[in-house]
Design a protein around this ligand. Structure first.
Ligand SMILES: Nc1ncnc2c1ncn2[C@@H]1O[C@H](COP(=O)(O)OP(=O)(O)OP(=O)(O)O)[C@@H](O)[C@H]1O
Length: 379
């Protein structure tokens, strides 16, 4: 018989909080329990100061559930998103951290704990899907690495994780001697993706508390080592899931990717607004598929109109980091797991991405906003 949430709650009664405290289910700290087939996921709410003390409770809960018949894997994480003790029978994503009205939420740095050894965490986001957010995130990461920086990529795009494909990586990451997961690596960049943790056929399992569990695990239980920058590929859009995720991640700032079309710009504006509302600095806008350069004659065509993102950035008072042309080489190399910035470092597109990466790094390090990357001229 398939296991039920009630069975799991019963079994978890054996787990007690430290110092002879209540049983885990009675403590009101359990999130909703999500069951899909033989996989189970839930989170345990803690106060940030309890992280160390509660680590053994998390481990015991996981072992307890994995020992149950009908369970092949349990994903249990500690979350400090809501006050410990508050009853949690609703998915985390259904409880946006946004407060009612127009009040601003506290800065993410006050909420999300820093990741040890990681200097800057940068979200790459877009107001809507399909604008080339992941391709841009991947190539910016490689551009940063080309500048000699230590770079990691965390793929938090729950709707369609694409970093495994973009970096040409597959397989399951393994745990190291310290029990932390060792990220996979290619082209000198460490990569961790929801795509490594979930079967392709069951992407919808990463909903509600599972999303938060996976993000928490990828942030806290992965051995990232020392990084100058961690790039986080966010899910496209500006809904509550994105907002919650942004707030749970200790972001230094965000980069918004947009195409020149009006619609996308409207969406990009929403993206900017989402980060501004949460007091996460917008480090810049990248215009993707800005121009088409004829591979035969070099003629530059502005298929979708041009300059929209630059003007919009100006209006919004956020930096414009640069523009990436629409080009088959970018599509083909990305889709084949051979990103252009790593494979053709002397080519024009690698130059563009390195320029964007350089401007981003400067903004990060200065804490100020440089207006844009140097213009790249195609001759
Ligand atoms: N500058 C570009 N020139 C040509 N093709 C591009 C460019 N940027 C992205 N693409 C292609 O567009 C497609 C969508 O890109 P990508 O997956 O990066 O978008 P996304 O915004 O992350 O999408 P999703 O919403 O699915 O997460 C891919 O096939 C990619 O190779």
């Amino acid at each position: 018989m398939p296991v039920t949430a009630q069975d799991i709650r019963e079994a978890l009664k054996a787990i007690r909080l430290p110092a002879g405290g209540q049983s885990l289910p009675d403590s009101g700290r359990l999130s909703q329990i999500v069951i899909e087939g033989e996989r189970v996921a839930f989170s345990i709410a803690i106060d940030q100061t309890e992280a160390q003390a509660m680590a053994s409770v998390r481990e015991a809960a996981q072992q307890c559930v994995e020992a149950m018949p009908g369970v092949s894997r349990a994903l249990v994480s500690l979350t400090a998103d809501r006050p410990a003790g508050e009853s949690g029978d609703a998915p985390a994503a259904a409880q946006p951290l946004r407060e009612p009205g127009n009040r601003k939420t506290p800065s993410p740095n006050a909420r999300a704990q820093k990741i040890e050894g990681v200097k800057h965490v940068v979200a790459v986001a877009s107001g809507k899907g399909g604008v080339g957010k992941s391709t841009t995130a991947c190539n910016i990461a490689l551009g940063l690495a080309a500048l000699g920086l230590r770079v990691g990529v965390m793929d938090a795009d729950i709707y369609g994780p694409s970093m495994p494909k973009l970096f040409g990586l597959s397989g399951k990451p393994k745990a190291g001697p310290d029990r932390k997961i060792v990220p996979l690596e290619n082209y000198g960049v460490k990569v961790m993706s929801i795509g490594f943790m979930v079967d392709e056929e069951t992407p919808m399992i990463w909903r509600g508390p599972m999303v938060m569990s996976a993000i928490t695990q990828m942030l806290r239980e992965v051995n990232w080592g020392d990084l100058d920058v961690m790039i986080v590929d966010m899910p496209p859009g500006t809904g509550d899931a994105q907002l919650t995720m942004a707030q749970a991640t200790p972001l230094s700032g965000a980069v918004i990717v947009s195409t020149p079309q009006d619609l996308a710009l409207l969406d990009a504006r929403r993206g900017v607004a989402m980060f501004q509302r949460t007091e996460i600095p917008v480090l810049g806008i990248v215009e993707n598929m800005a121009t088409y350069i004829c591979p035969n004659c070099g003629h530059v065509e502005h298929i979708f109109g041009h300059g929209g993102a630059r003007d919009e950035a100006e209006k919004l008072g956020v930096p414009f980091l640069g523009e990436v042309p629409l080009n088959m080489a970018i599509r083909e190399t990305s889709d084949a797991g051979r990103p252009v910035t790593a494979l053709q470092p002397d080519g024009p597109f690698a130059t563009v991405y390195r320029g964007i990466a350089g401007a981003l790094w400067e903004n990060l390090e200065s804490g100020g906003f440089r207006r844009e990357a140097p213009a790249i001229v195609f001759e």
